[in-house]
Design a protein around this ligand. Structure first.
Ligand code: ATP
Ligand code: MG
Length: 658
């Protein structure tokens, strides 16, 4: 068997991955970030954040940077007043950049729309006027259940403009998931579309809303964007077409300034580990960190860059790095409606070439999918415009990182592996392009202004090389301000573990390497215990993915009578490998491979070849469902899965192969 790209021999597990990629002189010379930024932030954190905040337009200046006296409920830029939508739209027009493209929107069927900042301003104003005419005002909640349409951005910004909170619910979620979120937030209005394009088909969407609102007494209006032209049922007293309520409304609207701590949105976490939490974010601190991180981590040059974040708007990455960060910075960006393999597996690269995308931000799951499809696909397109690549959502396996750099980044672009959460609101740990020598698989260092530590159960920092728990030991501007309607759960979930120390517990395992760089090791809940050894799921998965036959892997610890837990691995094979790769001999070799890479203790008890893995809408593997399979239990709650039929596929496949 051939070794892919000759890399295989050097690749190893996360413990001894040692290659680094220093920035080129050329990149460093023009970078937004500099090494001094760390020193500056360390010298005076609050002054550093005040400087970042002053890049925004404030109607009234704050009189205190941080008030942490009500911990764990923070107040940032106390007394300051601003309008978030004004900052994302109007001020760019007023600065003379109204003709700059804000959004290159690309529909899945191939239609497209080009929206300048001046047009965005008109659309947001009309939408705000429409919502106001339906009685939406400051403090009200609006649920947005839309595919990746420009209207989703207009609606979010219109809410922000009015001081209403949006709660975006991913357009792939079921009626049931929508209903529970609408009820939790007590939303007054739901904004949806007749249907959506997915994988080349027009699928209904409003039907889910009809189903959901049967039991959502708070909902007064449903606004429907026409997208597919599909048939919809209609309730005259409740339903309104977007074009009827928005078109014809005035194209101007005077924004009101709100308190820095005025609530901006509620967003439910992905639900990878359990019941989603309604995370609350507010205005001034959130926008400050969104804009700062977007500018610094992606090296954004608003005059020349074309930025593309492939996340869905229903996920926090879509909020911070499609809507608020890029628009606050006056960026030009691509928004793509559909799936990466519609109508063909080169669609993303076709879009990159079409718009000359310079910054591309995606998830490891997507990168591994591209690897599975093969490097010959991106090779057909001109990707020379790309200059920064980003990754978010899961630890990125070194093998996937190397592939990404080589086949997408032309062996030249810096890669920023960005660690953060719905709760943190914005990027927390990441290399800085032009400054950091990057390492495949490591998120490396807390950003300037951010403080994170890896600690043991007692809260003491662990020595280099050993694993521990990731905590954030100082408040940050875009931190969550609570769980909507549940202060107790907020305290309990994030602040109780290290209550004496006042650390925020992120729920992720991590470790330092010898340089002091941070490696994320997966969720603490997922750490396996084999004969008393704690083994990280991420490390075993990375070892599996470093084998030339394997495209994707998920491992879980299943209870084992002798070892406590045994490692069970689920793997997807790469495209093009022959049938023998799923045979007994090949699987035995794969188990040996893990043993060689990490050690005999990490050797999987069992490896199962599967066609798909269960993932959330944001692309994260739901290991708890795989644990159910591995332990022959009934499968648990699947409502936050991207595709609920995957579990049937896996169960069926396993039955027929055993
Ligand atoms: P829930 O909290 O409901 O289980 P979730 O944690 O999947 O859902 P998100 O807030 O979308 O919801 O995901 C944040 C998590 O994603 C982090 O806690 C971490 O486990 C993982 N993550 C995100 N980015 C990275 C990264 N660059 N490296 C490693 N892990 C990451
Ligand atoms: Mg989480």
């Amino acid at each position: 068997m051939s070794q892919p790209e000759g890399q295989h021999n050097e690749l190893s597990n996360l413990l001894n991955e040692s290659r680094t990629f220093p920035p080129s002189e050329e990149f460093a010379a023009q970078a937004n970030a500099s090494a001094e930024l760390y020193e500056k932030a360390d010298a005076d954190r609050e002054a550093f954040w005040a400087e970042q905040a002053s890049q925004l337009h404030w109607e009234t200046e704050w009189d205190q940077v941080l008030d942490w006296s009500g911990a764990p409920f923070a107040k940032w830029f106390v007394g300051g007043r601003l309008n978030v939508a004004y900052n994302c739209v109007d001020r760019h027009v007023e600065a003379g950049n109204g003709d700059r493209v804000a959004i290159h929107w690309e529909g899945e069927p191939g239609d497209s729309r080009r929206i300048t900042y001046a047009e965005l301003q008109r659309e947001v104003c009309r939408t705000a006027n429409a919502l106001a005419s339906l009685g939406v005002g400051a403090g009200d909640r609006v649920a947005i259940y839309l595919p990746m349409l420009p209207e989703a951005v207009f609606a979010m910004l219109a809410c922000a403009r009015l001081g209403a909170m949006h709660s975006v619910v991913f357009g792939g979620f079921s009626a049931e998931a929508l209903r529970s979120r609408v009820n939790d937030a007590q939303a007054k209005v739901v904004i949806t579309s007749d249907g959506q394009y997915r994988r080349g088909k027009a699928l209904p969407l409003k039907a889910n809303v009809d189903e959901a609102v049967k039991e959502t007494p708070s909902v007064e209006h449903v606004i429907v964007v026409r997208r597919t032209g599909g048939e919809v049922s209609w309730d005259d007293s409740r339903d309104k077409w977007w074009h009827d309520v928005v078109e014809g409304k005035p194209e101007t609207h005077t924004p009101e300034a709100f308190d820095s701590e005025h609530p901006l949105f509620i967003l439910y976490t992905s639900g990878t580990t359990g019941k989603p939490k309604g995370i609350l974010h507010t205005s001034g601190g959130y926008l400050t960190q969104a804009a700062y991180t977007h500018r610094t981590v992606f090296d954004l040059k608003p005059e020349s860059d074309v930025y593309w974040c492939t996340a869905d708007i229903g996920w926090v990455t879509g909020h911070t790095y499609i809507v608020y960060g890029p628009l606050a910075n006056g960026a030009t960006q691509v928004i793509y409606e559909g799936t990466p393999n519609t109508p063909h597996e080169g669609r993303h690269w076709e879009v990159v070439a079409k718009y000359g995308v310079t910054i591309y931000y995606t998830a490891p799951t997507t990168i591994r999918t591209f690897m599975k499809w093969g490097a010959e696909i991106p090779a057909r397109y001109d990707l020379s415009s790309l200059r920064v690549l980003g990754s978010v959502g899961e630890p990125i396996n070194p093998e996937a990182w190397i592939w990404y750099r080589k086949h997408i980044g032309g062996d030249r672009t810096p890669i920023v592996d960005t660690w953060w959460q719905t709760e943190t609101g914005a990027i927390m740990i990441s290399p800085l392009p032009g400054v950091t020598s990057t390492k495949p698989g490591s998120a490396q260092r807390p950003l300037p202004g951010i403080s994170a530590k890896v600690v043991n159960e007692a809260g003491e920092q662990v020595p280099h090389g050993s694993g521990g728990l990731l905590v954030l030991d100082k408040p940050w501007p875009s931190m969550l301000r609570g769980i909507w309607g549940d202060d107790d759960r907020y305290r309990e979930t994030y602040w109780s573990k290290f209550a004496d120390l006042g650390y925020y517990f992120a729920g992720d395992g991590a470790k330092y390497d010898d340089d002091g760089d941070i490696w994320l090791l997966g969720r603490v809940d997922d750490v396996m215990n084999v004969s008393g050894h704690r083994i990280s799921t991420t490390e075993v998965e990375s070892a599996l993915v470093s084998h030339p036959n394997v495209a994707e892997a998920a491992v879980v610890g299943a209870s084992d009578p002798t070892t406590g837990q045994g490692i069970v691995a689920f793997v997807i094979l790469r495209g093009g490998v022959d049938d023998a790769a799923s045979g007994e001999a090949a699987l035995k070799e794969l188990r040996e491979h893990v043993s060689r890479e990490i050690g005999p203790i990490a050797k999987p008890r069992q490896i199962m070849v599967v066609p798909e893995l269960p993932k959330t809408r944001s692309g994260k593997i739901m290991r708890r469902l795989l644990r159910d399979v591995a332990e022959n239990r009934e499968i648990g709650d699947v409502t936050t899965l991207a595709d609920s039929s995957v579990m049937d596929l896996i169960s069926k496949g396993l039955k027929s192969s055993s």
